[in-house]
Design a binder for this molecule. Structure first.
Ligand code: GLV
Length: 348
């Protein structure tokens, strides 16, 4: 695999320490430079320096790839973002410079749906609180209403954002005999036919659902879409689950809704500003289950996501269209140059 100018291998800058097996794979075709820390984000000034020389970036969701960053790039051809979401990337800025942006859908769908449903169960059945109760030596006797939660089976789940992950959450909900309602930009005929899911306007969903599950991607339209009005429209017994992106929710409004009993509980895998500290206002609330953005975090899935990133780099440098390209404009820009082939333009 050669650089456009011939000679040296393309240079990939990897913004987070990845396992040796992935780096070995990359080294077969690329020069690899990598930020050496696993749990600490690459500082902005380092990334700005690195992008000047890079032909490719392998990024994670904490990297902000904005106009300023793309304008510092001199030969960048592709960004392979190790996530399904790509709200950390200015797609217009990338497309204007002919940079392909790829994500990692599909390989994480089941895993993220598992976590979303686990969070729903954990919140409804107060599992984290109960586990802490045992560990703290507070368990004195079986008692009739000790840590009594709320049923999940035969309740109504309202899924906001019926993409691939939403559909697989619905499949899990069907196994729990739940009634499935959803709201989405477009109707999802397959989910309707296969799972009996019913499309609802947003207000109807909020009024009917026992579990409101947010899986909508973060966009200009979805930012802050769960605010005081939406929480007020939910049932008092409703449990709110967010496994998409934190800024889709107005956290101050969620706090008020939980405090005042407007809704019963919340299970959150994502937050407005991540990471949150132990002093985050939502954490002392007993009816909040908080996780550190681990939707796709299984070893198998994270490795599959890294492999998808490598596949995307390989297709770009082999002058083929990547399977999971997100900035469709890039294709128009390169229309003449790409060989035709099947394109898997991802939606979630
Ligand atoms: C994680 O949040 C992802 O978008 O994959």
């Amino acid at each position: 695999m050669k650089k456009a100018g011939g000679g040296l291998k393309p240079l990939v800058y990897v913004t987070r320490k990845l396992p040796e097996e992935i780096i070995s794979r990359l080294k077969e075709n690329y020069e690899v430079d990598m930020w050496p820390e696993e749990e600490v984000q690459v500082p902005r000034e380092v990334l700005v320096e690195k992008v000047k020389k890079a032909d490719a970036l392998l990024t994670v969701i904490t990297d902000q790839l904005d106009e300023e960053l793309f304008s510092a790039a001199n030969h960048l051809k592709v960004v392979a973002n190790m996530a399904v979401g790509y709200d950390n990337i200015d797609l217009d800025a990338a497309s204007r410079r002919g940079v392909a942006v790829c994500n990692t859908p599909d390989v994480l769908t089941d895993t993220t749906a598992d976590l979303t449903f686990a969070l729903l169960l954990a919140t409804a059945r107060r599992m984290i609180e109960a586990a802490e109760f045992v560990k703290n030596g507070e368990w004195k006797s079986w008692s009739p209403l000790l840590l009594a939660g709320t049923d999940v089976h035969h309740k109504t789940i309202g899924i906001v954002g019926m993409g691939k992950i939403g559909t697989v959450v619905a499949k899990r909900a069907a196994g729990f005999d739940m009634e499935i309602i959803y709201h989405n930009r477009r109707r999802h005929e397959v989910a309707e036919e296969m799972l009996g899911a019913r499309y609802c306007e947003m207000d109807e969903l909020l009024a009917e659902a026992d579990f409101v599950v947010c899986l909508a991607p973060l966009t200009e339209e979805t930012k802050g879409m769960f605010g005081a009005d939406q929480f007020r429209k939910m049932k008092k017994e409703a449990i709110f689950i967010n496994a998409s992106r934190g800024p889709v929710v107005d956290e101050a409004a969620l706090y008020d809704a939980l405090q005042s009993g407007e809704i019963a509980a919340a299970g959150l895998d994502v937050f407005e500003l991540e990471p949150i500290g132990a002093d985050h206002p939502l954490l002392p609330l007993p009816n909040v289950v908080a996780l550190p953005h681990i939707g796709s975090a299984t070893k198998e899935t994270r490795l599959a996501m890294m492999d998808t990133c490598c596949d995307n780099l390989d297709t770009i440098f082999a002058d083929r269209a990547p399977q999971t390209l997100v900035n469709k404009d890039f294709l128009n820009w390169r229309k003449q140059e790409w060989s035709t082939g099947s394109l898997g333009i991802a939606e979630d």
